[in-house]
Ligand binder design. Structure first.
Ligand SMILES: Nc1ncnc2c1ncn2[C@@H]1O[C@H](COP(=O)(O)OP(=O)(O)OP(=O)(O)O)[C@@H](O)[C@H]1O
Ligand SMILES: [Mg+2]
Length: 267
């Protein structure tokens, strides 16, 4: 197996004014090249923390994290991140937001014409060629999120990391972007690690669903391997017995085996 991301015995302890907080313990995970992984678990279990460790935005307190056989020592364009709140620069157009990233990664070695071409290609990939001269306040939430994805993909990352990228969108826009993401990933063969709260999103998109236990000291509780063929069609899948089985397995984990502490109190 081609271990592209390799996480061995990772621990995350936060040191705060109120003391230490053991967020993650004993995280072991390998991700293959071209694999689509989702991280799912209740709020506060440590999904973003784990994603940020892979991004290099946080440093693990113990253990090892490798990407393409090199230690993850900090953020890098080889591991591009898409956040929930799209984080575009409001004073720049969609085109300029993407161009900035392209220039940072390829600016030293490539001509201006090639950088412009890369920017346009990335925007076209997410279907935003027509909106490149608009500024973030002039476009919808779904479009902003697509610019965020275009910006990430424009850097030709080895890994695409996404933290609830569709969390703030309405259900229809979300479904549309999930379908687009499936097509883009099929085309670019990207390796993806994505955080989600949404069970259907996890089953639809993933090769494997990594389910996390509740914190403190959260860890990987179980992994569901999703053996559904690709391309995947959400309408056809709704009646597919295998799809229903995977969905039930995740629900069973989240609501029986790892019921949220608040829900246990209420019971
Ligand atoms: N910088 C920090 N300092 C101290 N504690 C932190 C820090 N970042 C996260 N935590 C704690 O670590 C735990 C995991 O947080 P994290 O944001 O990773 O959860 P999450 O699974 O992404 O939650 P959500 O689904 O609500 O986004 C939480 O208890 C959180 O309070
Ligand atoms: Mg989070």
């Amino acid at each position: 197996m081609d271990k592209f991301i390799d996480i061995q015995n990772a621990e995350m302890v936060f040191h705060t004014k109120k003391g230490t907080f053991h967020a993650l313990r004993d995280i072991n995970l390998d991700v293959r090249k071209g694999e689509f992984i989702t991280l799912i678990g209740h709020s506060g279990c440590g999904k973003s923390t784990l994603l940020n460790l892979i991004a290099g935005l946080l440093q693990a307190s113990a253990g090892a994290l490798l990407c393409a056989n090199r230690e993850i020592a900090g953020p890098s364009p080889e591991r591009a991140v898409v956040f929930q709140n799209h984080s575009l620069l409001p004073w720049l157009t969609c085109y300029e937001n993407v161009y900035l990233a392209v220039e940072r990664v390829f600016g030293r070695g490539e001509s201006k014409a090639r950088l412009r071409e890369r920017t346009k290609e990335a925007l076209a990939l997410v279907g935003l060629g027509h909106a490149e001269q608009k500024r973030p306040h002039e476009i919808s939430g779904g479009m902003k999120q697509r610019v965020g994805i275009a910006r990430a993909l424009s850097m030709e990352p080895k890994v695409l990391l996404m933290d609830e990228p569709f969390g703030a969108l309405d259900a229809l826009t979300r479904a549309h972007l999930q379908d687009e993401l499936l097509k883009i990933v099929a085309k670019t063969q990207s390796t993806v690690v994505m955080v989600t709260h949404d069970v259907d999103e996890a089953v639809l998109l993933s090769d494997r669903i990594v389910m996390m236990t509740n914190g403190p000291a959260a860890t990987i509780g179980d992994i569901v391997e999703v053996r559904l063929g690709r391309p995947r069609d959400r309408v056809a899948l709704a009646h597919d017995p295998l799809y229903i089985e995977y969905r039930s397995a995740v629900l069973e984990f989240l609501y029986h085996r790892q019921a949220h502490p608040a829900m246990k109190d209420a019971a």
